[in-house]
Design a protein. Structure first.
Length: 163
């Protein structure tokens, strides 16, 4: 495949799947800015692997896997961890920009522990099988089932309280 054909095929994939994958990234991390960063990281890595991945038709799965792993990596970065301090900064933090109201389901989803949220998003939003979810997250199938069960029960509880 010539480079121009490769670039055209990659651009076509990005144009077709970008909105969906951005929502997946948001569901994984709960922040649009971080979701955009995850998606950009995923597309960059996907472009590098494009000739190899394109042949077996697993572009989207590969992209999701990159986003899941990049999200895990980012949450482990030292600057992501808060540190308590006795000294306050000289200037107060700016007021946050108002954000549109999130749906009750999405708010409840973000309240789940990280691993449960990832399992619920991959299993029930994206419709992956237990085996596919386990493979993408690098965990056992039994762990996927237990996280899925607990996550759905927690979502049910939160949503029932809001009715």
């Amino acid at each position: 495949m010539r480079r121009t054909e490769r670039d055209a095929a990659f651009s076509e994939f990005v144009a077709a799947r970008q909105r969906h994958l951005r929502r997946v990234a948001y569901a994984l991390c709960g922040d649009w800015t971080r979701a955009d960063d995850l998606l950009q990281t995923a597309f960059t890595k996907l472009y590098v692997a494009w000739p190899r991945i394109r042949h077996d038709g697993s572009e989207e799965a590969y992209c999701r896997q990159i986003m899941v792993r990049a999200n895990i990596d980012e949450s482990r970065r030292p600057w992501r961890r808060e540190r308590p301090t006795d000294r306050l900064p000289d200037l107060p933090a700016p007021e946050p920009t108002p954000v549109e109201e999130r749906s009750a389901l999405f708010a409840a989803l973000q309240a789940l522990p990280e691993q449960q949220r990832k399992v619920v998003v991959l299993r029930h939003w994206l419709g992956l099988s237990v085996r596919e979810t386990a493979r993408e997250l690098g965990i056992g199938e039994g762990t996927v089932k237990s996280h899925s069960s607990r996550g759905l029960a927690a979502l049910e509880q939160v949503l029932a309280r809001q009715r």
